[in-house]
Design a binder for this molecule. Structure first.
Ligand SMILES: *Cc1c(COP(=O)(O)O)cnc(C)c1O
Length: 224
């Protein structure tokens, strides 16, 4: 079945400003779908699970090397060893323990990993991410790790509902981004503000996002 994935990609890429990176959120999508989107010009693919990323990467073979893989799901420490092989950015750092494990595994393979701090912008206890008031302390601790380069922040915000309802979450995250930038911490380079998904990316860009993570608008609805 030839789908409209490539058309969707081109149309979406044209409709968002050039300075905004588009991360294709590819969870649950099969290698053929990801291949189609790479052929349409996608350069950044986001995955939520290390095992799933490994599977599609091996199915894609050389084609997997044409793109950058971003870890956008919660990363468990026992998956870090495999994760550091695959990913060229990890967007979901929310603890010192996780950062130290990444640092250790990257040392073993001689890699420096660009990372984003995941902010729990809604301050919801059941959600992943760092609480806003803890971000600066956490960054200061992590920034001393030699194999990690902190390059920005990301947030999820609400997935559904009125996109306008996401705006306060994006504002909070933007404020944190600006605040950290002003501190000029060593080994911290605040470059990426990753926020916005299918239903909210336009609002996110209005609020300063320069990295959006989009799945549904490209591939259609997920079954799970
Ligand atoms: C699934 C996912 C997205 C994309 O969501 P869509 O609504 O399908 O665009 C973005 N970011 C993360 C972390 C995700 O898990």
């Amino acid at each position: 079945m030839k789908s409209k994935i490539s058309d969707n990609y081109r149309r979406l890429r044209e409709s968002i400003p050039k300075h905004v990176d588009l991360i294709v959120a590819a969870k649950t999508r099969i290698a053929e779908e990801i291949e189609e989107i790479i052929d349409a010009g996608a350069i950044n693919i986001g995955e939520n699970y290390v095992q799933e990323a490994r599977t599609v990467c091996s199915q894609l073979g050389d084609k997997a090397q044409q793109v950058h893989w971003h870890m956008i799901g919660h990363l468990q420490r026992n998956k870090v060893k495999n994760a550091v092989d695959i990913f060229s950015m990890i967007e979901t750092i929310d603890s010192v323990r996780l950062a130290k494990e990444i640092d250790k595994r990257c040392k073993q393979i001689g890699k420096i990993m660009p990372v984003l701090m995941e902010i729990n912008s809604g301050e919801e206890p059941q959600k992943t991410g760092v609480m806003p008031e803890q971000v600066v302390d956490l960054i200061q601790e992590i920034s001393s790790l030699s194999q990690i380069k902190i390059m920005g922040v990301m947030t999820m915000g609400p997935r559904f509902g009125n996109p306008e309802d996401s705006r306060p979450y994006f504002r909070v995250t933007r404020k944190i981004f600006e605040k950290i930038k002003k501190l000029c911490l060593p080994n911290v380079e605040m470059q990426y503000l990753s926020m916005g998904m299918t239903n909210s990316f336009r609002i996110a860009i209005e609020e300063g996002s320069n990295m959006v993570r989009i799945g549904t608008a490209l591939f259609g609805e997920r079954e799970c």
